[in-house]
Design a protein around this ligand. Sequence first.
Ligand code: 4AZ
Length: 438
Amino acid sequence: MMYAQVEISEAEYPRVEYQRRQQFWDPIRLALFTLAIVAIIGIAIGIVTHFVVEDDKSFYYLASFKVTNIKYKENYGIRSSREFRERSHQIERMISRIFRRSSGGGRFIKSHVIKLSPDEQGVNVLMVLMFRYPSTDSAERVKKKIERILHQNLKIKQLPLTINKPSFSLTPIDNKKMRNLLNSRCGIRTTSSNMPLPASSSTERIVQGRETAMDGEWPWQASLQLVGAGHQCGASLISNMWLLTAAHCFRRNKDPSQWIATFGTTITPPAVKRSLGKIILHENYHRDTNENDIALAQLTTRVEFSNIVQRVCLPDSSIKLPPKTSVFVTGFGSIVDDGPTQNKLRQARVETISTDVCNRKDVYDGLITPGMLCAGFMEGKVDACKGDSGGPLVYDNHDIWYIVGIVSWGQSCALPKKPGVYTRVTKYRDWIASKTGI
Ligand code: 4AZ
């Protein structure tokens, strides 16, 4: 029985269903359905791309605005002056606070004041801003987002400086322009993507007193090599033509044509290589007392600044570092007394030691003159050594690095009560200017 009923309906059913399907899938419905599927797939891909494979890109802007509640000071025109530094740090801190606290806070990377100039209403500020936004964003769209954040915050926040809103302008700039603008400043470290480097002061992983440096971490470090005899000394780039080093490095040979300077974190291969055109030793260098152990070397052709090659800042002659200030010494020198030169650049954190302590009978017994600076630890262990001579002792002031010492001498290396002795750069600031114009 059951079988017979099925037989009958099977004959009827397919024809009816076929007609109904034909009505449902008319061309318009088919087109709409396809469109909807395509749209859903598109949106899904968009969402996945946005959250999973979103690729951030750096966006750079030149910002200019007026600050109306401060008066212009003469020294704002001199970038190495304390006034310029302090005012720019205040502006940079304020800009960073505005963007870091906003909803898109993580997208702000850094800001740098390039120039402060006089204005009737106060001070004109020129600075570069760096953000990271999805690569799918355009410079103009990002600009609008930044302006919106800024305008909201200028309205709400109690800020120490009054930014004149109508004067605010943002211009997108490319990577190259950003580099050029930043390169006009000294003592700045960046990675190849222009991201700030982590502060070295946080690294305490000193192995055998030293650790190897990352690319771009000490971009002013140079190696001075004597043709046929290899690395002799360290040196520091202070402009794209001039190196600052120790006079005793040229005791063996003062002929510039016999010397080359290399840059980068390894001696072989070097990142950049230059020959020397001129060597200037301090007129009053005394090899017996190590007094005035300072020299300048001019390159035959200028170096181009990059994240690998960069100049260090020269400190104002008035800058005084209190005892126990954290400073860094870098070099290709040996890691044990009388050991070989290292191919990889190394760094060590040391602390300044007062001249009074350093001149004690049980330390250097009066050998430290006003042109010298002691740094290291009374218990020894961390120090510069043979081959580090001529290299820099640097100090980090709000991510801007200053050369405060030149590796000069010491009794052996890392011995207790025998810290490293450095040429005190502040004492020679005018001498450097008289020879180079820097
Ligand atoms: C040198 O012979 C040398 N510990 C450099 C630095 C120090 C000692 C010796 C400091 O070049």
